[in-house]
Design a protein around this ligand. Structure first.
Ligand code: FE
Length: 294
């Protein structure tokens, strides 16, 4: 892979909003409603992390969804999942559940700690209007089934979706059917500093979220922007990719890198429903109230 000629710069650093959701689960909403247009096709990113069961004990009891996908990635603990169509699964530490809510379902998500901790992420990925009413679909991806590779500089790359350094992700879907063409990487930088490059198409919106240590975005040979722990960096769309680094002598660091092709469609959201128009939202609420979401 040739080195990048003009890596993207940091457009904006974002601090997540502490909030609660479900039955009082404490979490940090990293990608908030006001960033949905900028980060189209991504609608939300939550980071939950706790060693106190009181922070999440009641979980996310039965609730509906329609019109998008949820991607849940557990890095510690487990998430027990059950839905109205009879699907049940236990998402283990290191695994991913990729759920296409499509026309709708009602489900519960119950976090469980492991050795006293529970930590993970939930990303909401929009569906194009033509697919919002598709049949709901799931994939539970166990940790061992997520392809990994380690670069020459020692950066471990877990490829959840898309491609990185010639390695195809656990989720690979044809871009003509799934136009968001999502890249989802979990990057583990080793102790002592390393550089990682990822080519990205200019049209694709991209961000990183640092969840251990500090990671730098290098926009040219002389300029780097540190992205501190628990910050999201929205990346400019100009350039041929992304160059990330950790400083020489620094402790290990970890970050998610997420990118995708925007849908450029109107976004209408009412809680757990994301459609294109207000009328479609009203239909979703009506269908839910009449027990038609599974
Ligand atoms: Fe849910």
């Amino acid at each position: 892979m040739p080195p990048l000629a003009s890596p993207r710069r940091v457009e904006r650093l974002i601090t997540g909003q502490p909030t609660t959701d479900g039955a009082g689960v404490k979490l940090t909403r990293v990608l908030t409603h006001d960033l949905q247009q900028r980060l189209d096709p991504f609608l939300m990113l939550d980071n939950f992390a706790s060693d106190d069961p009181d922070d999440y004990g009641a979980g996310f009891p039965n609730h509906p969804h329609r019109g998008f996908e949820t991607v849940t990635y557990m890095i510690a603990g487990r998430m027990r999942h059950k839905d109205s169509a009879g699907h049940e699964g236990l998402l283990q530490n290191g695994g991913v559940q990729w759920m296409t809510t499509g026309r709708g379902l009602v489900h519960s998500e119950m976090p469980e700690q492991e050795e006293g901790v529970m930590e993970g992420f939930q990303l909401w990925l929009n569906l194009p209007g033509r697919d919002k009413l598709c049949t709901p679909w799931y994939r539970d991806i166990q940790s061992a089934d997520i392809p990994e590779h380690t670069t020459a500089q020692g950066v471990l790359v877990r490829v959840i979706s898309g491609h990185s350094h010639g390695v195809g992700g656990a989720m690979q879907r044809p871009a003509d059917q799934f136009p968001t063409d999502t890249l989802y990487l979990d990057l583990h930088f080793p102790e002592g500093g390393a550089v990682f490059e990822q080519p990205l198409p200019e049209l694709h919106n991209a961000f990183i979220y640092v969840y251990r240590g500090t990671v730098q975005v290098q926009d040219d040979a002389d300029s780097e922007t540190p992205v501190p722990l628990h910050r999201m960096a929205i990346l400019s769309n100009t350039g041929d990719g992304l160059r990330l680094s950790t400083a020489p002598g620094s402790p290990p660091a970890r970050a998610l890198l997420i990118a995708g092709m925007p849908l450029r469609e109107p976004i209408a959201q009412y809680g757990p429903f994301v459609m294109n128009t207000r009328e479609e939202l009203m239909q979703a609420v009506h269908d839910f109230q009449n027990g038609l979401l599974g």
